[in-house]
Design a protein around this ligand. Structure first.
Ligand code: PEP
Length: 246
């Protein structure tokens, strides 16, 4: 049985005052003990967030693929772990789009995070043009093939399917479309890592809200949600945790 995971991604939002939102999120997580709750905050807030909400899993939104060295402006997995992060998001579509990161980069960053003892949320997802061209399944298969580490298993790795055109747009695929991609992603992982794939959670991400979370999380092979905009306030995030725990 895979436990549901609801993970927030604050992106480049939030300041010290925003950490007050974590108090209610932590309380909601405590009352839904069957749901894992995680929030990836900006680097600058990791340590304070981890101190303030010790029962939440606090994470980072990126790490460098190397363990140390001359990489000005970058942060290593060991550094975020020392600050209190328990996980990191890699391969997010905004990093693919803004920084030109590839699936190979996501693979290297996932491996670096694992070396440092962090869990990983590994993102994949097609663009709107790729979906319109009928290529969504092939794109996701190829991304998983290039980014999933050989030693991946559910104890440290979670896959997140996030169609790029659904992120921050208020648009979502149909439930059947989500089911189809999650099923092919699971099949691809089985092909690569065998039955360990059955222990890997697959989150859906892209415009998840308190209104659509229950229906999305009832789809087969959807093991939770990766949430951007609606994770910024407890008022919007807590209903998603509640939907996962229902
Ligand atoms: C995301 O960026 O991972 C995301 C899912 O964003 P949103 O929920 O705002 O679409």
């Amino acid at each position: 049985m895979r436990r549901k995971l609801v993970a927030g991604n604050w992106k480049m939002n939030g300041d010290r005052a925003s950490l007050a939102e974590l108090d209610l999120v932590e309380r909601a997580a405590a009352t839904h003990a069957g749901v894992d709750v995680a929030i990836a905050v900006p680097f600058t807030l990791i340590e304070r967030a981890a101190d303030r909400a010790p029962d939440l899993s606090i994470g980072a939104q990126d790490v460098h693929e190397n363990d140390r060295g001359a990489h000005t402006g970058c942060v290593s997995a060991a550094q975020v772990a020392e600050a209190g992060a328990r996980f990191v998001i890699v391969g997010h579509s905004e990093r693919r789009g803004d920084q030109g990161e590839t699936s190979h980069d996501a693979w290297a960053k996932a491996a670096a995070a694992h070396r440092a003892g962090l869990s990983v949320i590994l993102c994949c997802g097609e663009t709107e043009a790729e979906r319109d061209a009928g290529r969504a399944e092939r794109v996701v298969q190829a991304q998983v093939e290039k980014s999933l580490p050989d030693d991946a298993d559910g104890s440290w790795l979670t896959l997140a399917y996030e169609p790029r055109w659904a992120i921050g747009t208020g648009r979502t695929p149909t439930l059947d479309e989500i089911a189809a991609i999650h099923s092919i992603a699971r099949a691809k992982m089985r092909h690569m890592i065998g039955e360990k794939a059955d222990g890997v959670r697959i989150l859906y991400g892209g415009s998840v809200t308190g209104d659509n979370a229950a229906a999305i999380m009832a789809v087969p092979d959807v093991d939770g949600a990766l949430v951007g905009g609606a994770s910024l306030t407890a008022a919007k995030f807590v209903p998603i945790i509640e939907a996962a725990g229902a």
